[in-house]
Every structure is written in structure tokens, then in C-alpha cells.
Design a protein around this ligand. Structure first.
Ligand code: F2R
Ligand code: MG
Ligand code: MG
Ligand code: MG
Length: 355
């Protein structure tokens, strides 16, 4: 079983690799298959180390994840002004390749105009005051699971909600980010030799049912007549994942139809969870590769929002199998590797001292 320090490194480096590798395919106007992704990684693996080094850039997924980590460590917990300032100031100097979501920069600009005094309102006014349900909450949330490793899932929920609501206040964005955070949190604690993918889904279902029930039972939501697929969206998708895990013939088309591969939380976060779980069980579709490698290759093969689905799946897979499962040749390709390694060590040290 991978040691905890290795799992911390695995989660952040796994997230980084998913982003850097997936960004090469994000919304490409061509069909992607697992064999095309395998060809891509094989070319990288055969390159001379000096040619590989930092040859792949990271995008907004990593830039915002780094903002979360830096702020949590510096402030020893959540500080909204500090985290918001880090998000925005990084965005204002970032190269165009970071390709942020189309609407989230409005939040950064509004914060800056208020000199970082008005933090809550800009996110709430997004999308005609419904708030964003983009997957920008989930893509950056893994460090919250590391930070609360020795705390309860309820503490993780509190922290995940605060980090997400800075930019994403739609309930599907908030619940989606928690589903991703909880998946990393559980993967960090899981033992490979006794691991059951179904039990993992059941643990997630229990949490999502509680929070989705709580939301739909709130007085102000009772007269909205939310249909059950909307109000219990993640519970429903976790059931789909469970039924997929029972079968060996689930095609990419079916996964995309039922779980999605888009930029919304609801059409990408359950997909990332499934990419990890499927890769634990299915050792045949992508042969001669370990579980971490299968997770990344499979997540990207689903096409669509490949950097974000692979970053979320990579964060879970890296937490489960640890850093040793991630080929050095893959790691060396990524811009941002030194930061991910250093931050994972600091987070590990921080939580160990706290426990
Ligand atoms: N932006 C990109 N990639 C560029 C390619 C996009 C693609 N060509 C396309 O056609 O979309 N990647 C990065 O964006 C995602 C994270 O975005 P984030 O941070 O959640 O941003 P935002 O702007 O808040 O939301 C993203 C989109 O989601 C839709 N949306 C969200 N809430 C909505 C609502 N309440 N009503 C209607 N639509 C809503 C909008 O389309 C937003 O633009 C990651 O993939 C990251 O890699
Ligand atoms: Mg395509
Ligand atoms: Mg991105
Ligand atoms: Mg993306």
C-alpha cells in the first residue's frame, strides 16, 4: 500500500498530469480514442529527457489549484480575501494558453475593481444571478481533501463549499466540487488490497443523498418543483456509475450520453469518478499500463473537456495508487511539476503536525 506522503504527491502530480496531457486534446475537432492517447504518451515516453522537460503547459485547472494550495498553507485555513486575490492576480498575468472558462474572468475583474473588498457578490451575479455550475470548482478542489485528511467529511464539505463559492454559487457547482473532493478524500484512505469500487460508490452516494436531500427540503426550494434528476443529479449519476461497473461492455458513446464530457460540473465530475473506478477493474481495454496510466488514458479518450476530466480523475487515481505509480517520463513533461511536489510535501507536513 502506498504511503500517505506518496499519496499526497500522487494526488497533486496526478492532477497536474491530467491537465497537461488532457489540454493537448481539449475540445479538438476530431474523434479521440484510447489508442490515439496511447500513441501520444508513447511518443512522449520515447523522447530524450531534455526534450521532454516541461514540454507540456498547464491550464487554468492547475493555476487555480495552485492558488488554493498556496492560500491554505499560507493562511493555515480558508481566507477568502487571500484566496480570491491569488486567483485573480494569477489570471491577470497568465498566458493565453491557460484558457479559463468564458465567464469566470468577470468575477476576477469585479474583485479587483473593489480592491478585493467585495468578494461574495460577483460570483452570485453570474448567469443572471443563478451562479455558475461550470466545473471550475471541481477542477481545483483536490488540495482541500489533502488539507482535511485528518478531519471529518463534514469539515471537508465546509472547506470545499467555501473554496467553490468564491466563483461558483450554483448548487450543481457546489455539490459537484464536493463529490470530487470526497472522492479524493476517500481514495487517500483506501487500501488497494481490500478495495471495492461498489463500496466506494456507496460511500459517495450516502454523502450526496444527505446534501441533495437537505437542499431540496429547504423551505425556499420546496415550491420550485425540482424534478428528481435535477435535485438529486449526483445521486442519479452515481447509480449510473454503479450499473456501468457491473458491465464489461460500456462504450465511450454510452458514457458520454449518460455521464457527459462537458464543461458543466454535472456533465464532467461523475465522469471523472467513473474514469478512476473503471480503471481499477478493467485491466484489459488499455493493456500493459498500470491503474494510474489507464485512468489518464481512459479519461482523455472520452473526448470533450479532456484536461478537466483527466485532472479530476488523475487527482483521485494519484491519491489511491501513490506517486510511484506515475511514470517519471510523464511527470518530467509537465510544467509545474516542482511546485506540485513541493506543495504536496508542505501539505503532508502540515496535516501530520496538526494530527
Ligand atoms: N475554458 C476552457 N476551455 C476553452 C474551450 C471551451 C470550449 N471550446 C467551449 O466551447 O466551451 N476550459 C476551462 O473552463 C472550464 C472551467 O470553467 P469555469 O471555471 O467553471 O468557468 P465558467 O465560465 O464559470 O463556466 C464554464 C461554462 O459553463 C457554462 N455555465 C456555467 N454555469 C452556467 C449557468 N448557470 N447557465 C448556463 N451555462 C452555464 C457556460 O458555458 C460557461 O462558459 C474547464 O474546462 C477549464 O479547463
Ligand atoms: Mg472531438
Ligand atoms: Mg483547463
Ligand atoms: Mg477543461
Amino acid at each position: 500500500m502506498a504511503k500517505l506522503a506518496s499519496r499526497f504527491r500522487g494526488s497533486l502530480i496526478g492532477a497536474l498530469i491530467g491537465d497537461c496531457f488532457g489540454a493537448q486534446f481539449e475540445f479538438l475537432p476530431m474523434a479521440i480514442t484510447a489508442s490515439k492517447v496511447v500513441d501520444f504518451v508513447t511518443v512522449l515516453e520515447k523522447k530524450k529527457p531534455e526534450k521532454r522537460k516541461e514540454s507540456l503547459y498547464f491550464t487554468d485547472d492547475t493555476e487555480m489549484r495552485e492558488g488554493v494550495e498556496e492560500s491554505l498553507l499560507e493562511k493555515k485555513g480558508f481566507d477568502k480575501k487571500d484566496m480570491a486575490t491569488r486567483f485573480a492576480e494569477r489570471y491577470f498575468v497568465s498566458p493565453p494558453k491557460r484558457s479559463y472558462g468564458s465567464h469566470v474572468p468577470n468575477v476576477f475583474m469585479a474583485w479587483k475593481r473593489s480592491d478585493y473588498e467585495n468578494i461574495d457578490a460577483p460570483a452570485m451575479s453570474q448567469f443572471n444571478f443563478t451562479g455558475s455550475y461550470g466545473n471550475g470548482g471541481g477542477m481545483r478542489i483536490a488540495p482541500a481533501a489533502l488539507f482535511t485528511h485528518h478531519q471529518s467529511p463534514e469539515k471537508l464539505k465546509e472547506l470545499s463549499d467555501k473554496i467553490t463559492k468564491l466563483t461558483h454559487t450554483h448548487i450543481l457547482g457546489i455539490h459537484g466540487a464536493y463529490l470530487q473532493a470526497m472522492s479524493v478524500w476517500l481514495a487517500l484512505k483506501a487500501e488497494e488490497s481490500q478495495f471495492s469500487t461498489k463500496e466506494f460508490v456507496d460511500q459517495l452516494k450516502e454523502k450526496m443523498k444527505f446534501y441533495e436531500d437537505e437542499y431540496s427540503n429547504r423551505e425556499e426550494n420546496k415550491d420550485k418543483n425540482l424534478d428528481s434528476e435535477e435535485s438529486h443529479c449526483y445521486l442519479h449519476k452515481l447509480d449510473v456509475i454503479k450499473s456501468f461497473l457491473d458491465r464489461k461492455d460500456v462504450s465511450n458513446e454510452e458514457v458520454v450520453k449518460e455521464l457527459g464530457h462537458g464543461v458543466s460540473s454535472q456533465s464532467s465530475i461523475p465522469t471523472a469518478v467513473y474514469a478512476f473506478l473503471r480503471s481499477v477493474e478493467d485491466t484489459k481495454t488499455i493493456p500493459n499500463r498500470n491503474g494510474f496510466e489507464r485512468t489518464i488514458i481512459y479519461a482523455i479518450s472520452l473526448d470533450g473537456d479532456t484536461d478537466t476530466i483527466a485532472t479530476m480523475a488523475g487527482a483521485i487515481a494519484g491519491a489511491f495508487w501513490g506517486e510511484e505509480s506515475i511514470p517519471k517520463s510523464w511527470q518530467e513533461c509537465c510544467q509545474g511539476l516542482d511546485t506540485a511536489e513541493k506543495t504536496a510535501k508542505s501539505l503532508y507536513q502540515y496535516v501530520t503536525e496538526q494530527s
